[in-house]
Design a protein around this ligand. Sequence first.
Ligand SMILES: [Zn+2]
Length: 185
Amino acid sequence: MIAILCPYCETEVDISAEDTDTQICKACGREFSVEAQFAYERGQAHYDAAMDIERAARWRVREDSPTMTDMLRNYEHAYSSLRVALQHTLPHSYHADALTMLAEIMRRFLKREMVSSMESSYWTQRITQLTVTEEYAELQRKLEAREGNFLQRWHWRLRSGQLGRTIPELEEKIAVMEREIAFTE
Ligand SMILES: [Zn+2]
């Protein structure tokens, strides 16, 4: 038996080796992917390790030193794990945190030419997608709850109409990029 934290309510969930990928938390009743949860935790651990090395090293360490190699190796592990985690539906905060970590990793990889600009811009698009999807949902919520005055509601409807067109365009763009990058594990 291994224990894993439910990503929604953080209750410990016992899983056995033969358990399928999807788990239902007994405490909150929500479904989550075990693979995604492990991948996320692994990714975050490597990311934190890389950040610690980076903070300790600062500019005192040469780019080709073993310390930098160690740091980059941790960022690489973090990148591949977070990528696996993001193939699943993640709880909102995990989704946002994973993308934030990826943006930081991309910044460092781009500087060292370790990723293509296409790959880096793919993740930027994924962040934009999350932001606009959230904004859209919030506007829909406010409109349905009949919040705000006439002018505000007019503005929200206008913005919501724009986002309603942007979101599918963005999805299409992301799908095209996904095919072109052809992520493989
Ligand atoms: Zn739970």
